[in-house]
Write a protein that binds this ligand. Structure first.
Ligand code: G3H
Length: 533
């Protein structure tokens, strides 16, 4: 599961090491002169001696706390205690900056996509999709903000008081994204945060980090100094010290709840800190006796194994009714074994190497533990190991003694549980710490109807006869319990990164004259009834 000769790689996807030697602070691309960390791809290519080794992709700064605090200062200054240029700027001006950015970002599509393929081993079509979806997200966010702003360009009157209500920024954001969508999910936090007038410090995830480098200049040239600050390095030297200062107003993080809790714990002013978090999930697929099995198997394949199951929305456990379990297991296992493994650039490669060096071993441990407690690997190729991959293992029967029953595996292993009574999966869902989505497969509305009524109270999206997913991005993406805090979508993210704030004025001739003068004078960017078209 490696590339034995460089010639096997199409010319357009070959890569030479990229040394990311700068970072963005206060509008300046500063050269990093300290320690650096090498970045490797788990895709193995021949070294000079011809031995297959993880491919060196380049290096990133291993930044120190001093630089992190310098970036924090820059973000704080740009916010300027609410007086800064950016948070007080006309909405139309902020949108212009974003339009400039998106135009510049598009110029880097090919290199960002190539790095997605090498750094996180995402296949070619999904890598292009991630880039294009992010561009669409930014454009949609611009339109959504125009719409929001248009709706705010008015006065309300209640109880003899005029109110001019808008959404205002919250302050300084610390933004941390995940490795599985290092561009899309990070930008789905960062873009709405800054467009609303906040300022940000952003540190990319451990994997999928070099791909931010080509975009540094676009950020620098598009936004005023200090609005976006981009750092590279380790969380403990960067994120923790920043949180400790108490200066952060919003922690925006997509990742594991342990990291989110640890960072919150560092913050001395708990009620000041707002949270926008996308966390772990263990979305179940529930397969009713009358489900169309052919269709269900197809959806379960994409739900469990798209991007090797490394999606927070992946189906991570399948509950199958006992009356159809044998047929489902047979059909599903056959389809899993047919999936094509390949390098990200190979045509139709559905399964690709795992970017995290320890992941194959973790997956193997989950399988061994499940087997110890009575599960079998029911597909022929399940668990076949190489240095950077573990072929998807379908495990059955799974029970609550096994680690794979409880843990979010985030990788290619599929636990299957058979049930007799529908209360079994429902109770299991209610007892977990997760509550993001569910997939429900079946047809009989007398069964499905009441089930939907319960499931909608356990998770935040019930997918009928289809795999779980985040998109389309206009729909609310959130979760209960330990799966999320706040809601993201093009529309909701603008709200998550802002707060309603307003000017109130008693209906008196004295005040009304002032308001009218204000509106005619253009002295305030807040009190304005200008329409954005
Ligand atoms: O990792 C979690 C992602 O938000 C999943 O998004 O459903 O579009 O793959 P997706």
């Amino acid at each position: 599961m490696s590339t034995s000769s460089i010639n096997e790689i199409p010319e357009e996807f070959r890569i030479s090491p990229i040394n990311c030697d700068s970072y963005l602070v206060n509008g300046q691309l500063k050269k990093w002169k300290g320690n650096t960390t090498e970045v490797f791809s788990s895709i193995r290519t021949p070294n000079k001696e011809g031995a297959l080794k993880p491919t060196l992709l380049g290096s990133i700064p291993d930044m120190e706390t001093k630089s992190a605090l310098e970036a924090l200062k820059a973000a704080e200054n740009a916010y300027g205690k609410g007086k800064g240029l950016w948070p007080t700027m006309k909405v139309s001006e902020r949108l212009k900056c974003m339009e400039v950015f998106v135009k510049k970002m598009k110029e880097h599509r090919d290199i960002v996509v190539k790095l997605l393929m090498w750094e996180i081993c995402k296949n070619k079509s999904d890598s292009y999709k991630e880039f294009d979806r992010t561009i669409d997200y930014i454009n949609d966010t611009i339109e959504a903000y125009k719409n929001l702003d248009r709706k705010s360009a008015r006065f309300d009157k209640e109880g003899g008081i005029y109110a001019h209500i808008r959404r205002g920024p919250l302050g300084v954001i610390l933004c941390l994204g995940p490795y599985n969508y290092p561009l899309n999910e990070t930008f789905c936090l960062l873009i709405p945060a800054i467009i609303m007038g906040n300022t940000a410090i952003f540190k990319p995830a451990k994997h999928g980090v070099l791909l931010i480098y080509p975009l540094l200049q676009a950020f620098q040239e598009s936004f005023p100094p200090g609005v976006v600050n981009i750092l590279f390095g380790r969380g403990r030297k960067i994120a923790s010290p920043i949180m400790k200062t108490g200066a952060i107003d919003v922690l925006a993080l997509i990742g594991h709840s342990n990291s989110a809790v640890a960072l919150q714990d560092e913050h001395p002013k708990k009620n000041k800190l707002r949270l926008v978090l996308g966390l772990e999930a263990k979305n179940p697929g529930i397969i009713l006796p009358d489900a169309d099995l052919e269709h269900t198997v197809k959806e379960c394949i994409s739900g469990t194994l798209s991007y090797n199951g490394q999606r927070c929305t992946a189906l991570k456990v399948l509950y199958v009714h006992e009356s159809i379990i044998d047929e489902f297991n047979r059909k599903f296992s056959e389809e899993v074994d047919k999936l094509k493994f390949g390098m990200p650039w190979e045509k139709d490669a559905f399964l690709t190497p795992l970017p995290e060096p320890n992941k194959p071993k973790y997956i193997k441990d989950l399988i061994d533990d499940a087997v110890k407690y009575g599960a079998k690997i029911i597909n022929k190729k399940g668990g076949e190991l190489s240095e950077n991959y573990s072929f998807p293992a379908v495990l059955y029967p799974v029970n609550d003694k096994m680690k794979v029953y409880h843990e979010e595996q985030f990788g290619p292993v599929i636990p299957i549980i058979s049930y007799k009574d529908i209360d079994e999966p429902l109770d299991a869902m209610a007892d977990t710490d997760y509550g993001q989505q569910v997939s429900l497969f079946g047809r009989d509305v007398r069964k499905i109807g009441p089930l939907i009524d319960t499931l909608a109270n356990l998770v935040c999206r019930v997918n009928l006869n289809s795999a779980c997913q985040r998109g389309p991005d206009v729909y609310p993406f959130t979760g209960r319990k330990n799966s999320a805090v706040s809601t993201l979508s093009v529309y909701d993210a603008l709200r998550s990164f802002s707060i309603r704030t307003f000017v109130a004025s008693k209906d008196t001739p004295y005040n009304n004259e002032i308001l009218e003068n204000l509106l005619n004078s253009n002295e305030s960017n807040f009190v304005t009834t200008e329409y954005l078209l």
